[in-house]
Design a protein around this ligand. Structure first.
Ligand code: ATP
Ligand code: MG
Length: 403
């Protein structure tokens, strides 16, 4: 296959000059640019540490895909490595979540060049978004990190750690109505291959320079320890810090200098960077950046909860005097005094329900009940969200009566 160096389009071996811009084409990967007779490579999207990514179209279904072709240098002549790549691809393909880029196929060119077929994402990377926006408001940062955490959480529940979470591995689709649907995480499982665990030490030495960005690597990843899900929490914490402060917490002129800061320096306070944020928010972010995994925020769910509570105040589980039953299971809403104006919203996901918190203002209700249908029917619990100021100013609510 040949490619135009200027427009990055792909052509058959017979095309020496690009028909689009008249530039000479160069030979790149072996073959005619059609993988396994069905994936037509159309355009080079970019190159990373372990492969080249192409936009491709399925010959019969006409669906668009992104195909990552692993660099032949990485695989060398070891046929066992091809098998191990396949195992990792299988693990990545097992994660089915709207916030994780789906892996739909795997193949091998000429017996020794593996490739992965992924869902194609039209949009920009989080890196591009942060370069453009600089800092994000806490509310927008929460929206983004919650969507990223949803995808990472799905993988963690299957025992899969990403190991290379960074803004370049997060895509934001341009055609989705909400951030919760727009976020797509790339490269699950691949960092394990790249880390050298699946490659020999010789190959590892060759690829070390291409490993995950040092700005996002947890302290334990710098040591020879096998990272667990808490390493991902740390990387998410660095991204969160960057969203809120406009820059990563640990910088340096060399990789060892950055490593030293990750291992022994406390993150700079937001105030020292000229960023005014509530101390609760800073505490939630710093919790994710604890040096010891044992002291760090324990799960992605907790990360989102802590940040949400820091921004919006803590939710509480409440039982009050009866005013009526919600039409789910046996859950009843109680208020004291009875007759308080209550707005309740039912949703499949607590997060989606939480999103409608903004209706609080419009409805002038004292309390907003956000009830997840699944939570309510299985546990009978109600999650109550109300901001303190709203609570106090409510004419329908006796603030001296605890609920
Ligand atoms: P790394 O090897 O550390 O992951 P990287 O993320 O820069 O480095 P790749 O993962 O190889 O490099 O990706 C190369 C380019 O292809 C990036 O610009 C990325 O945005 C794009 N890309 C990767 N996967 C997809 C996809 N599923 N849909 C659309 N573009 C993609
Ligand atoms: Mg990548």
């Amino acid at each position: 296959m040949r490619e135009c160096q200027t427009c990055k389009n792909c052509f058959a071996d017979t095309v020496a000059t690009c028909p689009n811009d008249g530039m000479p084409t160069v030979h790149t990967i072996p073959g005619d640019g059609v993988l396994e007779g069905k994936y037509h490579l159309e355009h080079r999207l970019g190159q990373g540490g372990m492969g080249v990514v192409y936009k491709a179209r399925h010959a019969y279904l006409k669906t668009l895909h992104a195909i990552k072709i692993i660099l032949p240098d990485l695989v060398g002549n070891d046929p066992q490595l091809v098998t191990r790549f396949r195992q990792e691809a299988l693990a990545a393909a097992a994660i089915r979540h709207q916030n994780v880029v789906g892996v739909s196929d795997y193949g091998v060119i000429n017996g020794n060049v593996p490739f992965l077929v992924m869902e194609y994402v039209e949009g920009e990377s989080l890196h591009d978004l942060l370069t453009r926006e600089g800092r994000l408001s806490p509310e927008n940062a929460l929206d983004l990190i919650a969507a990223i955490c949803a995808g990472v959480g799905a993988a963690h529940h299957q025992g899969i750690v990403h190991r290379d979470l960074k803004p370049l591995n997060i895509m934001i689709c341009s055609d989705k109505p909400s951030m919760a649907q727009a976020v797509k995480i790339l490269d699950f499982g691949l960092a394990k291959i790249k880390s050298g665990e699946l490659l020999g030490s010789f190959i590892q030495a060759q690829t070390t320079g291409l490993m995950g960005s040092p700005y996002y690597m947890a302290p334990e990843q710098w040591a020879d320890e096998d990272p667990d899900s808490r390493a991902d929490i740390y990387s998410l914490g660095v991204m969160l810090f960057q969203m809120l402060a406009g820059d990563v917490p640990f910088k340096g002129s060399s990789i060892p200098a950055i490593m030293k800061k990750h291992i022994s320096d406390p993150p700079p306070t937001f105030a020292s960077l000229g960023v005014a944020l509530a101390p609760e928010i800073e505490r939630a972010v710093f919790h994710t950046l604890e040096k010891s995994p044992d002291h760090r925020t324990a799960s992605v769910e907790l990360l989102v909860d802590e940040l949400r509570h820091a921004i919006y105040g803590s939710p509480s589980v409440a039982t009050t005097a009866p005013t009526g039953a919600l039409p789910v299971s046996t859950v009843r809403v109680h208020t004291r005094p009875p007759g308080a104006k209550v707005l309740w919203i039912m949703s499949r996901s607590v997060r989606a329900a939480w999103m409608v918190r903004c209706f609080l203002k419009a409805s002038r209700a004292a309390i907003i009940f956000c009830v997840s249908a699944t939570t309510a029917s299985t546990t009978g619990s109600i999650i109550l969200y109300a901001t303190a100021s709203r609570w106090m100013s409510s004419p329908n609510f006796d603030t001296r009566s605890p609920i």
